[in-house]
Design a protein around this ligand. Sequence first.
Ligand code: NAP
Length: 162
Amino acid sequence: MINIIAAIDKNFGIGYQNKLLFWLPNDLKRFKMLTTGHTIIMGRKTFESLPKGALPNRRNIVLSSNSDLNYPDTEIFSSLQEALTHCSANEQIYIIGGASVYKQALPIADTLCLTEVNANASKVDAYFPVIDKEIWHEKSRETHLADEKHPCSYSFVTYIRR
Ligand SMILES: NC(=O)c1ccc[n+]([C@@H]2O[C@H](COP(=O)([O-])OP(=O)(O)OC[C@H]3O[C@@H](n4cnc5c(N)ncnc54)[C@H](OP(=O)(O)O)[C@@H]3O)[C@@H](O)[C@H]2O)c1
């Protein structure tokens, strides 16, 4: 099972200067809840943006063309396909970004676990690919209003392949 997990703004923006666009504690909690105990696959730049390196209690896979890379508690593969061939059939795989890896994974993913943030980030240089609604069916949507910890409203939306 290949799941994509991402937080996107109203224009599909996901990042700026290798940082996330928003700080939403409930989104981080949901990310941790969904991915813990499973396999996460990410691009080298996204890995480098993690403050403490590999995320605990998950199998961390990093994609890079540089086979000399050696990060603690991670496995490095030189393509998404190679990484997937090293995963077992019953493994829950979460593609956690960034833009380049989302683009490669979208055609083969089974589900999209998106946090749709109801905001237009002012500075964006990384985007999620366009979601074709002819292909992706909205299975569930849970909307949360802005509060003291969350500057804008946001929705946890799950899409499945039609
Ligand atoms: N909003 C969200 O949910 C979310 C989540 C994650 C990331 N982001 C954001 O996304 C942005 C980063 O995205 P990005 O596209 O610039 O970088 P990225 O996808 O994180 O990493 C790109 C790098 O990954 C490696 N890579 C990707 N595909 C590969 C392949 N098929 N084979 C070998 N190596 C491969 C390459 O590393 P080498 O150069 O080492 O070869 C490439 O330079 C940041 O702004 C980040 O904050 C947002």
